[in-house]
Structures are given as C-alpha cells and as structure tokens.
Design a protein around this ligand. Structure first.
Ligand code: SF4
Length: 318
C-alpha cells in the first residue's frame, strides 16, 4: 500500500480554536501518527463528544463522528463492535470524558475493547466559558471562576488503571513528537488505551499555562529503571500500584510518558466471539451482506423468527 503523507490527513475545514490552544498540538500529533502508521482513512474512525476538543473529527481526513456530550465512547463502542477491523480513536475533553461521560469511560476500561481515547485535559470546560472540570483541583481558582473550586479532582491515570485500561499514558500537547510516539503505541496496542494529554487553555486557565508546565514536566522513559510493561500476570498488581503512585506526583515535577501496559489481557471483542458463535471478528456484523443480488433481504420474517425464537414471548401464555 502506498504511504500517505501528513497533508493527506488534513482537511479544508477552518478551525475556530483560540490561537495558542493546546488542541492544535494534539491535532498535529494525530495527523503525524496516522501518516507514520499509514492508516487507511476508510478503515479509521475518529469519534468525539462535545467541547472545544470534540471538533477534532472535522479537521482530520478520516471517517469522523461528532456525537453528543459525554457519549463519544458509547458511539465508539458500537462502531468497534460492528466492525472490529476498524481503528477507532476517541477525542474528548476532561469535562466530556470524566464528567458527564465518566460511566462510559469506566465501562470501556472494564471491557478492554480495542479503542484509543485521547483526553484533552485543560482542567476547564473551555467551550462554555471555563467552568471547573473534574480535573481542576480543590481550592484552585482559574480566572473564569468567581470563587475557588470546591471539589476534589479526579486523577485520570489512576481512574483508568482502576477501570481496567491496559495502556495508560500521559502526554503534553506542546510536545507534539513525544505525543505522536505515545499515540502510535496506543493505536498499535490491542485493548483499551488512554492518553491523558495535558494542554493549556490559553483563554480560561491562567494556572496551567505553557509557562507552568515548562520546567515541571519530565519523561518517565528518561529513568532507565522505569518499566511499565506487564510481562507476566504475577507482575500486574505491582505495576498498577507503581503507576498509580507515580500518577500522584504533581507539583514541581510532573511525569509524562507511559505509566502502565498490559498486553496479556484478552479484548472484549475476542471474548464476545468466543461466547457467541454468530459474532466473528473476521466477518463482523457491519461487513455481512444484508440483501441478495436481486435486492431482496437475506433475513426475511421466517429467518428473523428463527433467529430470535428464544427471545419471542408468547403473550397469550402470560
Ligand atoms: Fe482552546 Fe480554551 Fe480556546 Fe477552547 S476556549 S479553543 S480549550 S483555548
């Protein structure tokens, strides 16, 4: 297959993100990663919810679905189950994925469905004028808040590991090439992958700015003793605990990189195919013909009754 250049993943759609927004770095990293992986646009789907970050599918030239608030993962789950051969990537903000969408976020980890999630984490709801999101810490007052935040923050890395994600990482939107490499590894990973991407919101967040991150971020991989990969099931608990402990570090030093990888766990689609003989990863529902050459439906009323016989309730017997 001929390789595609980065430019082929760009669209003509004008972006209305604020100049300097971290979303631009995430978009650039995605386009570069897609090009280096030579992803087929017809076999790749970018799904989003609602928020500044959720405009991403408009700007990247693959299949895109811009859905409703907090439901990007729910749509992605349906897409992946209908055709597990697709590469499915979800973009959402910290509010979208960890506020209204948090139940879907947890459910994806529990399933270990082979989907990659990018959290655009800027600690505020940028699209609706900078309210505190679930990742803003208690007592912090960004310039859009009249009073300091009353709630504790959720730690996306700890939540992802507790939920069952098998690839968990953090990146920084202005380190585009570093994010690109992590994204490539996440897409190639078989199972649920999440990248918590720290990104400045230049309009509403005057605490977590590029200046704030400049001297604090460090790369986990620079420590030769850091090894996040589970190579034997007996190592799993220890690697999870080490990753969560590392994720709690937030202050003068903030780690980015890969926190935890477990390539040993089976995926939801594999378990489903084992359980249900009519579900096949090689011949998934979305690729099965629904009509004959003459246009008549393959499954008529009789076949439908046979297929769902055990679910049909005879109301007269009740
Ligand atoms: Fe980016 Fe914040 Fe502007 Fe939204 S409001 S586009 S997150 S800088």
């Amino acid at each position: 297959m001929a390789s595609r250049g980065v430019a082929s993943y760009r669209t003509e759609v004008w972006s209305d993100w604020c100049p300097g927004c971290g979303d631009f770095g995430i978009l650039a990293a995605m386009q570069k990663a897609f090009a280096e992986l030579n992803l087929d646009p017809a076999q790749t789907v970018v799904v989003s919810g609602i928020g500044c970050s959720s405009k991403t599918p408009h700007f990247i030239n693959v299949n895109g679905v811009h859905t409703i608030h907090g439901r990007g993962i729910a749509f992605a789950t349906g897409i992946k189950l209908a055709n597990p051969q697709l590469k499915v990537i979800v973009n959402g903000g910290d509010g979208d994925l960890l506020g209204i969408g948090v139940a879907h976020f947890v459910a994806l980890g529990r399933r270990n469905l082979d989907v990659t999630v990018l959290i655009h984490n800027n600690q505020v709801y940028g699209l609706t004028k900078g309210q505190a999101s679930p990742t803003l810490r208690r007592g912090e007052k960004v310039k859009s808040l009249p009073v300091p935040n009353l709630q504790d923050a959720v730690n996306p890395i700890a939540l992802a590991i507790a939920s069952g994600y098998t690839f968990v990482a953090r990146a920084y939107s202005l380190w585009v090439d570093h994010l690109k490499e992590i994204l490539k590894a996440a897409i190639n990973h078989k199972g649920s992958a999440v990248i918590d991407v720290l990104q400045p919101c230049v309009t509403y967040n005057d605490i977590y700015t590029a200046e704030f991150y400049k001297d604090r971020l460090y790369k986990l991989e620079d420590d030769p003793s850091w090894d996040p990969i589970v190579r034997d099931p007996s190592e799993d608990e220890e690697k999870k605990a080490a990753a969560i402990k590392k994720a709690e570090e937030w202050g003068t030093r903030i780690p980015v990189g890969v926190f935890y990888v477990n390539p040993l766990k089976d995926t939801y689609e594999e378990r489903l195919a084992q359980r249900n003989p009519s579900y096949s990863i090689d011949n998934p529902p979305a690729l099965q013909p629904i009509s004959r050459e003459d246009g008549s439906p393959i499954v008529g009323p009789d076949e439908f009754r046979k297929l769902f016989k055990r679910f049909i309730v005879n109301v007269k017997k009740l």
